[in-house]
Each structure stands twice: as structure tokens, then as C-alpha cells.
Design a binder for this molecule. Sequence first.
Ligand code: DC
Length: 228
Amino acid sequence: MTRFRIAIDGPSGSGKSTVARKVAQRLGYLYIDTGAMYRAVGLKVTREQLPWDQPDAVIEAASRARIELRAGPHGLRVILDGADVSEAIRTEAVGQAASRVSSIPGVRRILVRAQQDLGRRGGVVMEGRDIGTKVFPEAELKIFLDASEPTRARRRFAQNRDKTGALDLEGILEEIRQRDRRDRERADSPLVQARDSLYLDTSNQTVDEVVEKILKMVQVVEGKSGSG
Ligand code: DC
């Protein structure tokens, strides 16, 4: 049976991670969270206090970073230079740092190549911003997940580990707007919907409803490719 590449793109808080993880579980596919890779680089640059205004220093850090994604019993673990940073990368500050490093083309080149290697053999659900447009433009199935701004802010608020920080829902909403603007307006691989992707608004749908819709699409694609 053909093992497909499933690309799931969308803005932050659209439900990508939860949905992608579940779809991968149901299919027995590998789940790859590419945002975690940008977050790991963002964390490294922050920890090493590298100058943000010098892209070469950031690119050099990205090329030195050893990033591993390990499937564990409690979900995906993210290992940076040998240390587990799964929790440390989930703060809003690291999210902003990730968004900044991700606008540097040299950083994207390094991470995109690593992502293409991870998905080369198929059997992956990969989520991010540019998977259907750049990493795997030839993916067998492309989904673009979206949700209203208030919904996305609420989800992000629930996910953040730094709840004790100053950010309330309003603050998160503002950060989401900023980050989305940067992700959509950057010159290299901005967040755009691939023309051949399926658009799903998840604002009023449960995770399971979205997962079922995607699994049905997988069956349709399997039928078309004659491998079902
Ligand atoms: O999905 P996330 O919030 O964990 O992603 C963190 C940042 O990384 C996000 O602001 C944009 C960037 N990113 C990207 O540019 N391309 C990807 N494929 C994934 C994430």
C-alpha cells in the first residue's frame, strides 16, 4: 500500500497539531511538527543571546543545532543538542522567537532540507506553514486548517505553559495577530493556502470531526491512486 505524505498547514491555533497528531496515530504514520523545529532554533538563539539583527549568526546557530523529534508514550518529544526541550519551547516568547528565525531564508533552507529527509519515504503527516507549498509541493493530500481569530486566541491561551505571565486573552490575541502578520507577509515561503489544498475552518468543529473528514479524504486519495 502506498504510504502518503499528508501536508497540514495553517495559522497558529487553527488546531493543526492536535489534528495532525491524531490523523498520524489513526494511520500509523509518523507525525512531524515542523513548528517545533523552528521553536527549537528560536530557543537556541535566545539562550545563546545571539544578535537578532545579524542573520548570519542565527543561520550559523541553526546549522549547529541538533534537533530530534522522538515519538514517546506521552506525545512527541523535542530534543535540542541532547536535552529535552519539549516544555521549554511552548512559551509565547519562544513562539515569537520561532516566528522571527523562520523569516530568515538561510534558516528555512536548513530546516526544510531536514523536513524533506524526514518525509522522503512517505507515511508522514507533516504540519506547518509551508508544507504543501514548499516542503512537499507534491504531497498526495494537502489540508489548510483555519479558525476565527478569537477561537485561535482561546486555544493558544489554553496551550501556553507561561500562563502565570502577563498575557491575558487580549494580549494573546494581539500576539497572534502580530505573529500571523509576520508569517503571512514574510518574503520567503509565507503562509498561504496551496491552490490544490482542502480548506477546513475548524472554529465550530470538534477535533474528532476534523480528523474524520481528513481520514475520509485519505480514503478518496487512496481510491484514486488505486492503492486502497
Ligand atoms: O506552529 P508553531 O506555532 O509551533 O510555529 C512556530 C513558528 O514557526 C511560527 O510562527 C511560524 C514558524 N513556522 C514556519 O515558518 N514554517 C513552518 N513550516 C512551521 C512553523
